[in-house]
Design a protein. Sequence first.
Length: 564
Amino acid sequence: MSSLTEGFPLASVGLDCRSCYKCIRSCPTKAISFHDGVARILPEECVLCGQCYRVCPQGAKEIRDDREKAKAILKEGNAYCSLAPSFLSAYPKASFEGMEKALLSLGFLGVEETAVGATVTKREYDRLADDPKRDVTISTCCHSVILLVERYYPDLLPLLAPIKSPMRSHGALLKKEHPGAKVIFVGPCISKKHEADRYPDDVDCVLTFPELDALLKERGIQIPEEYSFAKRGESKARLFPMEGGILKTMDCDSPSTHYLSLSGMEECMGALEAIRRGEIHHAFLEMSSCRGSCLHGPALPLGAFSPEAGALKIMDMAGEKDFAVPPMNPRETSTQFFSSSRKKKEYSEEEIASVLAKIGKTKKKDELNCSSCGYSSCREKAVAVLEGKANLTMCLPYLMDKAQSLSREVVSRSDLGILVLDESLKIEMANPAMAALLGMSQSELIGKDAGDFLDPEPFASALMGEATRKKKIQLDRYQKILLEDVSYDSKYRALICFYEDVTKKEEEKAKRQKLARESAALTDEILDKNMRTVQEIAQLLGESTAETKVALNHLKDAMKNDDD
């Protein structure tokens, strides 16, 4: 779980983001900005439906962790638990009695099903549906739907049923029954954390089912399995978390009102657009942001039932009668909502066209609308760029075209001969330099066996994991000398080969070596001649020196005889 303890209930963990844009594609309101390789949630635009959290393959979205807050409340010793009826789906082998036992062990003074509060809510819904002054009424059990209307359809705020959600109704009941108590709601929803933050008088803390699992694990508490599956007669409101469940608990007997259940943000937004267009009248609309309603909430534990299986279990466990709840006055059941929409700036066609041109989209046919960037159309993405939520490099076709164009330019202009072979040594790509080396056209080389032109041994070695680096090869057939580099790309299962034509260099080197050899031979010859001359001179000098010595000795003897 996240270490976040305060602030918006949902956040991005940038270090794990891999720029796949899956969260943007899944976000119904595009409340995500992307910069510096990180997708970040925009709290002022997010409706907390949890789609980005659900679909992120890297786990780069985190739900705010309120366990420490819950521990502090439990430590005070006056905490009551409001348990969402979707627990029947979240914990397939658990009953309410089993959940109650585990939660009491955790430190709660009491545990009740949120469905008790749902009974209060649905009674108020029936009253509104019977009100002839109301044309369209939208249920307000789902806080994400409330945020959606507040932020994107503020003109439809009067259509929201001004009734507290089951969570808030139940919290108010528990606090009324137990003065001074604090209430912790446990369920599968992220937006309930925001709802509790906004209305702290009714609920003090919200835990998701995974957070509850973590608390139980810390204390070594296990939820008893198959503790009791006795069906309670007064538990009709347990149907609330399934799609159409609210309507199943209501009387739905107003002859002038149509009753319709909608689930999933796309359906809800479609209905809101239809209401704006004046296409829907005299209707009570049950809306849930999650497809399959709360049984497909974004914060379910591992091992939870599928929404369909969960719905079957809930239908089995729901009674025929309502929970017995005391009467509540309108002040205790009513609520109000807040318009938090921001006026979006309108951009001119010139501004949008300028952004599109920067990614090579100068004509209508260039707008592929492939949604790889996360946006439904190129124009929508261009507007996001102008809003500062997206950047140009998010366009995959543009990046691919650019990369291919640049690579083609680099390869075609390279002085090195380049070959790409498949594992059977068939030539998949040859650049102009390689075609020139082999005296063929590029098209003639494609599909040919490289072994017909080159020694296949380096290719075989590369396939075995032994690359060839700067190996000199002689192509007598083409009167060429080349330096060969061959390596194998296991990811793309291709041999990458580079050839440098060093024929002229080798010829020049041979000339230099020949010149050096000839110079060395000439030097040796000169040295030999000089040595012979020196030896001859030395011999002559030696003979002259001997004769001089004999003459001097005779002179010396004659002078000595004269003295005598």
